[in-house]
Write a new protein. Structure first.
Length: 488
């Protein structure tokens, strides 16, 4: 009871001193898994990402905790999400989809190592395994480690120094290189062009994976607190100081939606009857409008909500009405942008970029909905986790949709309807698109597909295996383009 009433100095700072040294078997496991990762991970999605990911999480010591408390259950949920995301590179061959899933999986694992719940902690969690590397090395030699995270002020100063140094050196180096050919040649020698290749990157990948395992295990064992780096509670203001600007912004949003109703919801007829307006311009303006407006609204809500005196019931009600109205009007703009992109897709077909833009727009709308729910409950405790979790769900949904296959199917349908097909673009799609492309006539299909290669068992991928089976059952013919000119 005494420890609960008296302030704990360690709880006020993200610094913890622990005498437990890393287990020797963990170091050996990290080194072994790193070597496997360096040899097996390539730029092609494969089962190796799942195997290495699961092994790395196990080596970091996550089985040590069972379902004993609520925090442990959240940790297990994040680990489960990470494992699910790592299935994507095994099932799909799309590189951008695999990269997104692996990145979010790393983020989910990082969130499982900390009790922190603030936005600052959610953003910083993935870099904790890097920050604690010094403590890991010291603990290997001394048997004790002090996990020391920089204060918010020192972290900002360090970032400012690093950023300004990089900018100054880059700008003046480029200027001198443009002014003198010999200096440009020297720059080329000092900073050679980097060619991505598996063999040279193997040792780098091995080292990074091994250090990540040790850093993650260290952060998990010492439960590094990141909330201490978050900004303090905002200063409470009188209601009119935040209600007036937010209410004025609500009026502007409402006026914009009313005046621009034809633009927002006019659809195909509005584009066809408006001079100098194309479907491309219509969709792109909606997308950038969405990004700017949504991000701006989220910033406004985050800043102004800190000024609300939550102890006063009248202020809470007023804040819910004002911020809720602003978010609802933002959802109207989100819906408009999604609708504009759907018009663009109907006219010109799907591409991976257009699907990605659409998915990003929908996800931002989900974030705004989460903000509305948090405002209704007047608690943002789980909001950062919801944002990351919905992003993970979005990637999994796109994996289930099989984006490359969907793009290829729409291209085939458009070819059957119009006789137009973009052979060059379809040839850039991954093996996920092979089943759809295989429905084309053999001579046209041969202009899009390549002979499938063979993968070693540790680089197995279900989409590439299916493509190989299709190629074996129906060999490629000689390429011959359709009579009509290809186009999008």
């Amino acid at each position: 009871m005494t420890t609960e009433l008296l302030p704990d100095p360690a709880a006020q700072s993200p610094v913890r001193t622990v005498t437990e040294s890393p287990r020797r078997w963990a170091v050996g496991s990290a080194a072994a898994i790193g070597m496997v990762a360096g040899a097996a991970l390539t730029d092609r999605p494969s089962v190796a990402y799942l195997v290495v990911g699961v092994a790395a999480v196990l080596a970091a010591g996550f089985p040590d905790r069972v379902l004993l408390d609520r925090r442990s259950r959240w940790s297990v949920a994040w680990i489960g999400a990470a494992f699910t995301l790592l299935l994507v590179p095994f099932v799909r061959d799309s590189g951008w989809l695999a990269a997104s899933s692996v990145g979010l999986a790393v983020w989910c694992v990082a969130l499982s190592t900390t009790r922190s719940t603030t936005f600052t902690a959610t953003v910083l969690a993935p870099i904790v395994p890097v920050v604690v590397q010094g403590a890991v090395l010291r603990s290997l030699g001394t048997g004790a480690a002090q996990v020391t995270l920089p204060s918010r002020g020192s972290a900002v100063r360090a970032l400012r120094v690093v950023g300004s140094t990089i900018v100054l050196v880059t700008v003046f180096t480029l200027l001198f290189a443009g002014a003198d050919d010999r200096f440009a040649s020297l720059v080329d020698v000092v900073i050679p062009t980097v060619t991505v290749d598996v063999d040279p990157l193997g040792p780098v990948v091995a080292l990074c994976v091994a250090l990540w395992i040790l850093g993650t295990a260290h952060a998990k064992r010492h439960e590094v607190e990141l909330d201490a780096l978050a900004p303090g509670a905002g200063r409470r203001r009188s209601a009119w100081e935040w209600a007036v600007p937010v209410s004025a912004l609500v009026v502007v949003f409402a006026a914009f939606v009313v005046v621009q109703a034809a633009t927002l919801f006019g659809g195909h007829d509005h584009v066809m009857t408006t001079d100098d307006l194309t479907f491309a311009d219509h969709a792109r303006s909606g997308f950038w409008q969405l990004v700017t407006v949504t991000v701006g609204v989220l910033v406004v809500v985050a800043v102004q909500a800190r000024k609300v005196d939550a102890e006063v019931r009248r202020d809470r009600v007023l804040a819910r009405v004002a911020f809720g109205s602003l978010c609802v009007l933002t959802l109207v703009v989100v819906w408009s942008a999604v609708y504009r992109m759907s018009l663009y897709e109907q006219q010109f077909g799907l591409t991976r970029l257009r699907v990605g833009v659409m998915a990003f727009e929908v996800w931002l709308g989900v974030v705004v909905l989460a903000v509305i729910v948090a405002g209704a409950r007047w608690s943002a405790r789980r909001l950062p986790a919801v944002i990351v979790g919905t992003a993970a769900v979005g990637v999994l949904v796109m994996a289930v949709m099989n984006v490359d296959a969907l793009v290829a199917e729409r291209a085939v349908e458009r070819y059957e309807r119009t006789g137009l097909i973009d052979v060059d673009y379809l040839s850039t799609l991954s093996a996920d698109a092979v089943p759809a492309v295989s429905t084309l006539e053999p001579k046209l299909r041969a202009c899009i597909l390549d002979e499938p290669g063979s993968d070693p068992w540790w680089n197995a991928n279900l989409a590439r295996r299916e493509a190989a089976v299709i190629a074996a059952s129906d060999p490629l013919a000689e390429c011959a383009l359709p009579a009509r000119e290809a186009g999008r």
